[in-house]
Design a protein around this ligand. Structure first.
Ligand code: DAH
Length: 392
C-alpha cells in the first residue's frame, strides 16, 4: 500500500531545516496537506485512507482524519511538539513555537468547520430520504382471490339463488344416523362400501360413533327435521371418503346437495330445474338427458348427463379427431339425482302421501375440472400459487 512520508515523524535537523525560512516552508507544507484533506467529505476521506495508509483504521473516516491531526498520542500536532518544537535548536524555538500555534489554531478551526459541514450534509440527506413524494403511485399490495373451487361454488349458488333456493350448511362430522340410516341406508347395505369413510376415535362409552360425512346428503335430513315444507335448499360443503389420491380421487372433495320438497312437486319440475341449472352453467346450447340409476334415498333415481359442451355433442373435436373431453361419447356424466324416496320422509315426520320432492348431489371438483379443463383433482388441494393465479 502506498504510504506518504510523514515529515513530522522526523526532527527538523533530520529534515535539513536550519533556519526560519526552512521552518516556515515545512509548516506551509503540512498546512497545505491538511487543507487538502479537511476539504474532503467523508467518502473522499475513506478513499484517501485506502491510498495513504497513515490515516489509520477507524471505521469512521472523519474520526480517522481527526486522530491523524490532533490525536493526543500520535497526532501531527503532538508529533510536531515532540519532534520539531522540543528538539529544535534554541535559536529556532521562537519561530517554531509561533508557527506551531498558528497551525494548531488553523487545524482546530478547520476541523470544527468540517464537523459542522458533514453534520449538516448528513441531516439534509436524511431529510431528503424521508421526504414523501405524493405524486408517486402507491404501493400495490397483491390481493388474493377465491380458490377455483370457491368460485365454482359461487357460480352454482348464484344459479340456484335465482330460482328461489337458499343455502344451508351442516357439520362435517356426522353420526351414522344422518349419514346413512335416515337416508334409507341401513347397516350392511352394500352402498356403504362405496362410502367407506373416516371414523373418529371416541372415548369408550360414547353414545354413537362419529364419522366424517361421506356426502352432503345428511343435510337433507337435518333440514327437513327443522323445517316443514316447502323446502328449497342447496348445501355446499366438504365431504370425505377413504379413497387413495390419484388424478380423479381425493379423500376430501366438495359437493352441493340440492333438495326441494313441497306438496305438488313433479318429475317435470325436477328435470326442468336441473336442465335450467345445466344450461346456466355450461351455456344455453347444451342438452341434458337422464339415465336410470340407483340411490337408496331417491326413487326413481337418475344420473344426469350433459351433451358435451366442448364438441357441441358430436363426439368429434373441432380440429378433427375424437373429442378428448367426452372421449367421443358426445355426452358427459354429470351427477346423481332423483325424486326423494318416500321412506326418507318417514325419518323426518313428513307425510309421504302429501309431499313430494327431488334431490341432487353435484360433485364440485369434477364439474370444475370439466369446465376449466383441469386433468388432476390434486391441484385443488396443493395450493400451488402458479395454479391458483390462473383463476383470478
Ligand atoms: N349423495 C350421493 C353421493 O354422494 C349423491 C346424490 C345422488 C345426492 C342422488 C342426491 C341424490 O341428493 O338425489 O354419491
Amino acid at each position: 500500500m502506498p504510504t506518504v512520508d510523514n515529515p513530522t515523524e522526523k526532527t527538523l535537523a533530520e529534515l535539513g531545516v536550519n533556519d526560519a525560512q526552512g521552518v516556515a516552508e515545512k509548516f506551509a507544507e503540512v498546512r497545505t496537506r491538511f487543507d487538502r484533506q479537511v476539504a474532503f467529505d467523508a467518502d473522499e476521506i475513506r478513499s484517501l485512507m485506502l491510498h495513504e495508509a497513515w490515516l489509520g483504521s477507524d471505521s469512521d473516516p472523519v474520526t480517522s482524519l481527526r486522530n491523524f491531526w490532533v490525536g493526543r498520542k500520535a497526532g501531527v500536532l503532538t508529533l510536531i511538539t515532540e519532534n520539531w518544537l522540543k528538539k529544535s535548536p534554541p535559536s529556532l524555538k521562537g519561530v517554531v513555537g509561533k508557527q506551531f500555534n498558528e497551525l494548531k489554531t488553523h487545524i482546530e478551526t478547520k476541523l470544527e468547520e468540517q464537523r459542522k459541514r458533514i453534520e449538516e450534509k448528513t441531516e439534509a440527506a436524511a431529510l431528503n430520504r424521508e421526504q414523501v413524494d405524493l405524486s408517486l403511485p402507491g404501493v400495490i399490495r397483491p390481493v388474493g382471490s377465491h380458490h377455483l373451487i370457491r368460485q365454482v361454488f359461487q357460480e352454482i349458488e348464484d344459479i340456484f339463488f335465482s330460482i328461489g333456493f337458499s343455502i344451508v350448511e351442516g357439520p362435517e362430522i356426522e353420526t351414522p344416523y344422518y349419514n346413512f340410516e335416515a337416508l334409507n341406508i341401513p347397516e350392511f347395505h352394500p352402498v356403504r362400501d362405496d362410502m367407506d369413510t373416516f371414523y373418529l376415535e371416541l372415548p369408550k362409552g360414547a353414545k354413537t360413533p362419529l364419522l366424517l360425512r361421506t356426502h352432503t346428503s345428511p343435510m337433507q335430513i337435518r333440514t327437513m327435521e327443522k323445517q316443514k315444507p316447502p323446502v328449497r335448499v342447496i348445501v355446499p360443503g366438504k365431504v370425505y371418503r377413504r379413497d387413495n389420491p390419484d388424478a380423479t380421487h381425493s379423500f376430501a372433495f366438495h359437493q352441493i346437495e340440492g333438495l326441494a320438497v313441497d306438496t305438488d312437486i313433479t318429475f317435470c319440475d325436477f328435470t326442468g330445474t336441473i336442465e335450467y341449472f345445466v344450461k346456466q352453467f355450461f351455456g344455453p346450447s347444451v342438452k341434458t338427458r337422464f339415465r336410470p340409476s340407483y340411490f337408496p334415498f331417491t326413487e326413481p333415481s337418475v344420473e344426469f348427463d350433459v351433451s358435451c359442451p366442448f364438441c357441441g355433442g358430436t363426439g368429434t373435436a373441432a380440429a378433427g379427431g375424437t373429442c378428448t373431453k367426452c372421449k367421443g361419447a358426445a355426452w358427459i356424466e354429470l351427477f346423481g339425482a332423483g325424486m326423494v324416496d318416500p321412506a326418507v320422509y318417514g325419518f323426518v315426520n313428513y307425510d309421504a302421501k302429501k309431499v313430494s320432492g327431488f334431490a341432487f348431489g353435484i360433485g364440485i371438483d369434477r364439474l370444475a375440472m370439466l369446465k376449466y379443463g383441469i386433468d388432476d383433482i390434486q391441484v385443488f388441494f396443493q395450493n400451488d400459487v402458479r395454479f391458483l393465479r390462473q383463476f383470478p
